[in-house]
Write a protein that binds this ligand. Structure first.
Ligand SMILES: Nc1nc2c(ncn2[C@@H]2O[C@H](COP(=O)(O)OP(=O)(O)OP(=O)(O)O)[C@@H](O)[C@H]2O)c(=O)[nH]1
Ligand SMILES: [Mg+2]
Length: 343
């Protein structure tokens, strides 16, 4: 669903504006949903859990409202310095918003009586419940609505199974509404849009109608290179990779970008470069196309790989790579480190 054409309607009476956080366990589809609502590949999404590392604002402007969508990292039990940083970013993203969208994947059951029996037995897992509890604590007494968004509904064999699933969730927490969606086949997005609009207070836009995010193009370029790394190398990719931009020049005809991919060990450097440099070449070409799609301008991209030992465990190195800690948040024992998105 593409954003409506930008207008200067934001000063009209009745215009609404506010902040909406997308929260949930890793891999439930937060970034994909943000991209689907905005109609742009703005947030990095991938099959691997813990893709999003930093809070990012995606600005969704229509002729009736401006919703500042806060994409957050998945909430999980964090052990490493990087993971602690990610959970702190997620909880920071959920503070002071007008609406919290709590995303959870629909569980997959077979069609027919077997599926109905499985749905009757099913309960939301401890990890997902812990996230809801954490968010409920955060919003207690502050009044933002909390809406449950059941994601990836295209994977549901039988839509009749939605009702028992919703019932189980409502027993965990009384959500203000429940909206089943599929970002993949654009199902339920209009209902979600109405929920978002209804939760926003009247007021002028926070950002100009052309602005899509709170981040610089330099930051997005690094993220798009990381997206390409995830897409090309999949499970082979060392989770411990980061991208920094060493130079970004906006020339008259094109952008010229120099980037560094940081990994923790030299064996990982070999994976990223690949035989005869084939992998790094493909990554550069793919990332360049993604950057050009977002900027709408030609781009020249030069990528190098550097070994930065132990960066995911060292808060000082994290800081050097751009992950600047804001607050330290204690972990919750129920928030399991890596489990599935629905457990
Ligand atoms: N079938 C299906 N897959 C989806 C849908 N939405 C997201 N996915 C897939 O789910 C995976 C995770 O998506 P992300 O958007 O990266 O999830 P996330 O919640 O942002 O993950 P983290 O940033 O790691 O916490 C990707 O492989 C997506 O393609 C959907 O509507 N249907
Ligand atoms: Mg994400």
């Amino acid at each position: 669903m593409a954003a409506d054409p930008p207008t200067d309607a934001s000063s009209r009476p009745g215009f609404r504006s506010g902040y909406v956080a997308l929260c949930g366990r890793p891999n439930v589809g937060k970034s994909t949903l943000l991209n689907a609502l905005l109609g742009e590949e703005l947030a990095v999404a991938s099959v691997l859990p813990q893709t999003t590392r930093e809070r990012m604002l995606g600005i969704w402007t229509t002729d009736r409202f401006q919703a500042v969508l806060v994409d957050t990292p998945g909430i999980h039990r964090a052990k490493s310095a990087l993971n602690k940083y990610m959970v702190a970013e997620a909880l920071r993203g959920a503070r002071g918003v007008d609406l919290i969208l709590m995303l959870a994947e629909v569980p997959s059951f077979p069609a027919g009586p077997e599926g109905a029996a499985a749905a009757a037995e099913w309960e939301p897992g401890p990890g997902a419940r812990a996230v809801v509890e954490r968010l409920a604590e955060l919003v207690a007494g502050q009044g933002p609505r909390m809406v449950l968004v059941l994601t990836k509904c295209d994977l549901l064999a039988d839509r009749d199974l939605l009702l028992p699933i919703i019932g189980k969730w409502q027993a965990v927490h009384t959500f203000d509404a429940v909206v089943p969606v599929s970002a993949k086949i654009a199902r339920g997005l209009d209902t979600l849009r109405a929920e978002v609009e209804g939760a926003l207070p009247e007021g002028p836009a926070y950002y100009g109608p052309e602005q899509l995010s709170d981040r610089s193009m330099r930051w997005h370029a690094a993220e798009l290179i990381r997206a390409e790394l995830f897409a090309r190398l999949g499970q082979e990719l060392p989770y411990s990779s980061a991208v920094t931009i060493t130079d970004f020049k906006e020339l008259r005809e094109r952008d010229r970008i120099d980037a560094l991919i940081h990994v923790e060990r030299s064996s990982q450097k070999g994976i990223v470069i690949g035989a005869k440099g084939r992998s790094i070449k493909a990554i550069s070409i793919g990332a360049r196309k993604r950057i050009e799609a977002l900027t709408g301008r030609p781009c020249e991209l030069f990528v190098e790989v550097r070994v930065t030992p132990g960066w995911t465990k060292d808060p000082k190195k994290l800081d050097e790579l751009g992950y600047r800690a804001q607050t330290e948040v204690a972990g919750s024992p129920e928030l399991d480190q890596t489990g599935g998105s629905n457990d």
